[in-house]
Write a protein that binds this ligand. Sequence first.
Ligand code: SAH
Ligand code: DHB
Ligand code: MG
Length: 233
Amino acid sequence: MADPTSESAPVPTPESWRRADAYLARTLVGDDIDLDAAVADQRSAGLPDIEVAPLNGKLLHLLARLVGARRVLEIGTLGGYSTIWLARALPADGRVVTIEAEQHHADVARRSIDRAGLGDRVDIRVGRAADVLPDIEGPFDLVFIDADKESNTIYLDHAARLARPGAVVIVDNIGRAGRIADPDTTNPQVIGTQRGLELLASDPRFDATALQTLDAKGWDGIAIALVVDPNEG
Ligand code: SAH
Ligand code: DHB
Ligand code: MG
């Protein structure tokens, strides 16, 4: 029997969990010309190294397929890495609407998305999401929230308005190396993330869980919520 307290149970170290993550990514995702090029271009353009890990990108893709997504809303495009994973899950007439505050990020993303052959499936809106979202029309089948964490409750409110019942909402970065459990944190990003999780727990329009992740991006996690119709059993 595996005893997690026994001395023989390996303790995760960055080296061991990165090796396990690389193994899983190599086995289940592999090389991908367009995704690898998107990451390479993002790096050479000086964008931050904060796109989702490959296995999480594939999870987004599979969740979109599981809900039969035709319309996806993403908040936080960066260089388009997660956008490509999501756009590939859609039928040819499907759409990802992705919101990005930085014009430079949007320009890098546009090139990578076009090169991946997904240009006509992706609509990049440049601006602060809180300003852009009031003009966006639903319904969406999947919403991926991955921008400024301080605004997560605002984004979840929009997600509840814009997503159909049965849609899935994913919130990135809900672990933050364990800081999420600190009730005394003064970090505004962690506080925003905590308020977002509390909204997911208390708002009758959502039913949610969360998974911690230990991967190439360190110790973090995602929340996954089903959008429910509060008036139905
Ligand atoms: N989803 C991407 C990573 C997004 S990183 C991926 O996994 O590949 C977060 C992005 O959100 C950055 O590009 C940042 O510029 C953008 N961002 C930050 N604040 C924002 C805001 N208020 N509105 C829209 N985008 C914002
Ligand atoms: C940061 C933002 C992200 O969306 C992420 O996945 C990792 C890090 C950040 O702002 O540091
Ligand atoms: Mg993120």
